[in-house]
Design a protein around this ligand. Structure first.
Ligand SMILES: NC(=O)c1ccc[n+]([C@@H]2O[C@H](COP(=O)([O-])OP(=O)(O)OC[C@H]3O[C@@H](n4cnc5c(N)ncnc54)[C@H](OP(=O)(O)O)[C@@H]3O)[C@@H](O)[C@H]2O)c1
Length: 271
């Protein structure tokens, strides 16, 4: 029987890379997002069974975030549907230091389906293709992060770890906590982006309520509250230490910020 690996969030930062890597290896991949056929929409669980029909391995990136309200019910339901569809391995993307995400991880491991969690720190690609790209382009990175240090991780490394967990041996029941090789302040990230792009990018530390108001004006109160609470939770220093997760999973060290930003600039995905 042909093995089919489904990727939920296949048009996003991690899912696109994972699907590409799997196809490069010759795997049969079903890319899933709201606009694919079949479609997968986290808000329409009635369509999940069809999306997972014939799938035996599954990668899932939940949106908006495992720390958001509703995530536990969604992950619990996903595992039920996956079991019903005959899925034999699940790899879930999670966020480091998030209590809500931790509860979702526990639900996954309790499901009885062989599972692996890839628990990531902040993505380096948030600055080059994600939610902070426009801020970097504007030259001002306003965040309620003070002088906290974060071991930003390369999404290509996350994808490589997820692919290993989907296709390799010995990953069942494990949490791969993945970070970059060194912790940096947002000020240091802004300085590095300024150097690589040849124009000024400033980090502006803001209070949580200022951040909430700015995000609410752009994306609405619910998104603002979710992101503000997430920042409040993880920017307290709990995530400052780098881990050896990438090295342990892949046998090589993670890529650093300079390498990732320089490559993004060369490829034209730069801010
Ligand atoms: N950014 C970080 O620093 C960071 C760190 C740790 C963990 N994470 C976790 O990473 C996850 C996001 O993964 P990502 O960055 O790879 O994705 P992403 O780049 O944010 O893209 C979101 C993906 O989800 C799809 N999507 C959006 N709304 C959807 C819905 N209602 N139903 C189904 N699919 C939907 C999008 O496709 P369509 O729009 O085409 O449907 C897209 O494929 C979140 O769980 C977040 O907590 C992020």
């Amino acid at each position: 029987m042909t093995s089919t690996i489904a990727v939920i969030g296949a048009t996003g930062k991690t899912g696109r890379r994972i699907a590409d890597l799997l196809e490069d290896r010759g795997s049969s991949v079903r890319r899933l997002a709201r606009g694919t056929a079949p479609a997968f929409d986290w808000e329409q669980p009635e369509g999940w069974r069809r999306a997972l029909d014939g799938v035996d391995r599954l990668y899932a990136a939940y949106v908006p975030d495992l720390a958001a309200p509703g995530s536990e019910a969604a992950i619990a339901r996903l595992t039920e549907v996956a079991r019903d569809a005959g899925v034999q391995r699940i790899v879930l993307l999670s966020g480091r230091g998030e209590e809500g995400a931790r509860r979702c991880e526990e639900l996954l491991f309790a499901s009885g389906i062989p599972a692996t969690v890839v628990r990531a720190s902040w993505f380096l690609q948030n600055f080059t293709e994600g939610m902070l790209r426009d801020a970097v382009l504007s030259g001002v990175l306003a965040l309620p992060a003070g002088r906290v240090r974060e071991p930003f991780v390369d999404v290509d490394d996350i994808a490589a770890v997820a692919v290993e967990a989907l296709t390799g041996r010995g990953h069942e029941g494990r949490v791969h906590e993945v970070t970059g090789p060194q912790s940096m302040t947002f000020e240091e990230v802004a300085a590095l982006l300024s150097e690589i792009h040849g124009r000024d990018v400033q980090y502006l530390p803001v209070e949580f309520d200022e951040f909430h108001a700015a995000v609410a004006a752009e994306a609405g109160a619910d998104v603002a509250t979710m992101l503000t609470e997430l920042c409040r939770e993880v920017f307290d220093g709990r995530n400052e230490s780098p881990t050896t997760g990438v090295l342990e999973a892949l046998g090589r060290p993670p890529r650093d910020a300079r390498t990732v930003f320089t490559e993004a600039a060369r490829l034209g995905t730069r801010a």
